[in-house]
Design a protein around this ligand. Structure first.
Ligand code: IPD
Length: 272
């Protein structure tokens, strides 16, 4: 993995996140065209599609052979694919965006040779851009002021602020709700803010101790997971599995095994 390629990709991703942010903020329609996807509550707005198209077009202007995995599934045919793949959620937190609740983000993870090398999560209405390059640390820029990200310490669940999220399928939500009813008793407190990519970044920033969710997709976690590990935290699936299976877990490094044990117990009780 060449250093110059990683830096070139980071610069491009940051620039694209900026232009996409401008589109999503400045062109947000008051009466937004919206459709439902997997279930009636799973929304896709005209702006999700517009933003994904913009991101793909901007990449293709300068990198003709890269491939894409995007939440909105924009079609891209590449004859001679390069070793670079862009994993994109044009609006993570679509429901928040629809309601003009500021907790939404553009999430861009970039793989080189199948491994995430760059992650950018831009939250325009929070005035923050989180980013990481593999082996080079994780950072946040808040109104152009740059700080290094570092996860919290502490290995006890009852002292941990733990976030989660829900999928869109009602049967799955019942299980997730039942599990959360136990987590809220066993943790210091819980949060459900509505954008997985930002939840990962908040773990990286020490604003949360942990995050767990059943049923995420690569576009939800690819960028955020790199940002957590580069900030000194741990990510993974359940019981040693990789991210991208049923469960996604992220926490400060001290807490990870404790979180895994608790989620494993909840999994056995509610998800089997
Ligand atoms: C959703 C958000 C939410 C999480 C859901 C995701 P979307 O992404 O990240 O926080 O709980 O599982 O699907 O649909 O807004 O891109």
């Amino acid at each position: 993995m060449t250093e110059s390629l990683k830096h070139e990709l980071l610069a491009l991703a940051l620039d694209i996140a900026k232009s996409t942010s401008e589109i999503l903020v400045n062109q947000r329609p008051t009466n937004m065209a919206v459709e439902s996807k997997s279930t009636p509550v799973d929304l896709v707005t005209e702006m999700d599609k517009k933003a994904e198209e913009h991101i793909v077009q901007r990449v293709q202007e300068v990198r003709h052979n890269d491939t894409f995995l995007g939440e909105e599934g924009t079609a891209h045919v590449v004859k001679n694919p390069s070793n670079v793949r862009w994993i994109i959620d044009p609006i993570d937190g679509t429901v928040n965006y629809f309601y003009n609740n500021p907790y939404w983000a553009i999430s861009i993870g970039i793989e080189i040779d199948g491994e995430i090398a760059v992650g950018v999560v831009a939250a325009p209405l929070l005035h923050e851009v989180f980013y990481a390059v593999k082996d080079e640390g994780a950072f946040v820029e808040h109104d152009s002021k740059k700080s290094k990200l570092k996860t919290n310490f502490g290995a006890t669940l009852d002292k941990a602020l733990v976030a989660t999220g829900f999928g869109y399928d009602p049967e799955r939500r019942k299980k997730q709700g039942a599990a959360l009813a136990e987590m809220v008793v066993n943790a210091r407190d819980t949060r459900r803010a509505g954008a997985a990519s930002i939840d990962f970044c908040y773990v990286a920033a020490g604003r949360l101790d942990a995050y767990y969710e059943y049923g995420l997709y690569p576009w939800d976690f690819s960028a955020g997971a790199l940002i957590v590990t580069e900030a000194g935290g741990r990510v993974g699936g359940l019981n040693g599995q990789k991210l991208g299976g049923d469960w996604s877990l992220a926490s400060n490094a001290d807490l990870f095994e404790v979180l895994n044990k608790e989620v494993s117990r909840l999994n056995d009780k509610y998800f089997n």
